[in-house]
Structure formats: C-alpha cells, structure tokens
Design a protein around this ligand. Structure first.
Ligand code: 5GP
Length: 303
C-alpha cells in the first residue's frame, strides 16, 4: 500500500459512488434525463465521476426494453469491452457508439423528443408570419432552414432564410440522402429540408417547424408518422390574391403561377392532420402550438 493511501476513506468513497451511480441509473431508466444528452456530457473531462465512471454496459441497460443480450451484442459489434466506462472510450468507439445511442434514444424515448410540425399552404397565405409569431413567443419552437436553388432575394441571408445552393450541390445532397424531403416548387426551383439539423434539434427536445410545400409535406408524413401536418388555408381565394398583390414580392407572371399552384394545393388540404384557417396570426399561431403540444402527449404519440 502506498504512503498516504487511506483505504477506509477510499472504500467509503467507493460506496458513495456506487450509491450515487445506482440513483443515477434509476433516474435514467425513468426517463428523467435525456439519454443522448447524458452520453454527450460524459465526454467532457468536467463531467462528474459518477457519470464518467459509469460502465457503458450499465448505461445501455438502463434503457427499458434493452436487455443484457442486446447490450452485449452491441458492445461486441463495436469492439467495446464489458468493463469500459463512459468516460474511458476511445474516440472511434465513442463516435460509433454515439450513432447507436442516438438510434436507441429515438426508438425508446420518442416522447422526450420534440415534435416535428410540418406547415404547408399556398404562397401568400401567411405561413412565414405565423412561424415568426410562434418562434417569437415560444422558444421551444424553432424553424428549420431549407436549402434552395432559387436566387437570393434582397434582404435574405444565406444560412438564415435559406441555404442558397447551386443545382449541382442540391443534387449532391439528394444523392447522399441528406435531405428529409425535397421538391420542385412552382415548377421552377428545388427546395429541400436538411435532415441532420432537424434530427439534432428534435433530440434536444425542440419542436421543429418545417415551412414547406404540399409535396414535401407528404414525403415527411410518409417517413415520420409521429409528425404533425397542418395545412394553412386562406379565409377565401380572393383573400389570397389580395395578399399576394399586397406583398408585392413577385411580378404578375410569377403571381399567376403561384395562384395556379395555390388552387392545386387547396384541393389537397384533406391529406393533412389539421387545417387552420388563417384569419388572425395570433389565433393561427396559438392553434398550431396547441396542436403540437397535444400531439406530444404520450397517449397520442404511441405509434
Ligand atoms: P419562396 O421562394 O417564396 O421562399 O418559397 C416558395 C415555396 O417553397 C413556399 O411555399 C415554401 O413552402 C416552399 N418551400 C420552402 N422550403 C421548402 C423545403 O425545404 N421543401 C419544400 N418541399 N418546399 C419548401
């Protein structure tokens, strides 16, 4: 025994640590922490010893429904030893395991993730204003930034309003399956939703709003059954015409094209989970927030 080593104190500390770990594991299993967030925190040198010293095997087994056999098979596949701790993983193991933990988190704790809210509706109906109202009043709602091949308009910022990309880059994103959905909108330009940022925001528990066209909305619903799709309709068609003229961002020809698309889109409202008629921004915004929060209720999110 080396000088100065207090065996009694060390064993008391050991007992405390084990007790703290047991409490932590129980809380994790009850879903009191976000699994993925905990995993990411363990990477930091500053994380508590309770967390960094937790065995990977125990971490995985705290997922209700993920038993011993599945845990061991996963560790074996990733070449991680049975005694490895969260804080002691090699970089490559940590990265590989993170992808697996993300998948497990999404499968076993869907109720902890945010809601994906898909908003569609004809051009000029006021989707953008409603979205700004929601994100301005409810910080737990964020809007996804799409990629598009359409030219940047004055006042628009790359990375904020859209990611303005070339047709070649857009095709690359499609080929690499990096878009959650994409479509040719108004027959002129491509628009698509980058997948990774949406998944990460949902993992953090944020409710993510996609403001996209009807074709894209259908694609999302097909892949993500738990998403909420809302069609925003104008009080009347003439109201929509007035709004487009008032907005004045399109010339006469483009306006006519958008109104034609709008007619087609209005005929597809029944394909959505809900229709909100935009008579007032506040009421429409609040309705969408209420629908999103209601769909988060564990009773209604079961697939
Ligand atoms: P604008 O060119 O006026 O910004 O947008 C035109 C239309 O493209 C809007 O009606 C909007 O809903 C749609 N849009 C914007 N981003 C996306 C996207 O990522 N995917 C799809 N499918 N449509 C989008």
């Amino acid at each position: 025994m080396s000088a100065g080593f207090d065996a009694k104190a060390a064993s008391v500390k050991g007992v405390e640590m084990r007790r703290a770990r047991a409490v932590f594991k129980a809380a994790l299993a009850k879903g009191e922490f976000r699994l993925l967030e905990v995993y990411d925190q363990a990477e930091s040198e500053d994380a508590s010893q309770v967390l960094r010293g937790l065995r990977v095997e125990w971490f995985l087994r705290s997922i209700p429904g993920f038993g011993v056999t599945k845990t061991r098979a996963l560790l074996e596949r990733l070449g991680i030893s049975a005694t490895a701790t969260l804080g002691g993983l090699r970089v490559r193991q940590r990265t590989a395991l993170r992808a697996e933990v993300a998948t497990l988190y999404r499968r076993y704790f869907p109720h902890q993730r945010g809601v994906l809210v898909v908003l569609a509706g004809p051009s000029g109906v006021g989707k953008g204003t409603i979205v700004s109202w929601i994100t301005g009043h409810f910080p737990e709602f964020v809007v996804s930034v799409s990629a598009t091949t359409r030219p940047q308009r004055p006042g628009e910022k790359d990375g904020e309003h859209y990611y303005f990309v070339s047709a070649t880059r857009f095709e690359e994103l499609v080929r690499a399956d990096e878009l959650l959905e994409w479509a040719l909108v108004h027959g002129s330009h491509y628009y698509g939703t980058p997948r990774a940022p949406v998944d990460e925001l949902l993992d953090q528990g944020k409710n993510v709003i996609l403001e996209i066209d009807v074709q894209g909305a259908k694609q999302v619903k097909r892949h993500m059954k738990n998403s909420l799709s809302v069609f925003i309709a104008p009080p009347s068609f003439s109201d929509l015409e007035d709004r487009l003229v008032r907005r004045g961002t399109e010339d006469e020809r483009e306006r006519r094209r958008r109104l034609m698309t709008a007619k087609r889109e209005l005929g597809r409202q029944s394909e959505f989970d809900y229709v909100v008629i935009n008579a007032s921004v506040e009421e429409s915004g609040q309705s969408i927030v209420d629908l999103a929060l209601a769909s988060k209720d564990p009773q209604s999110t079961k697939e």
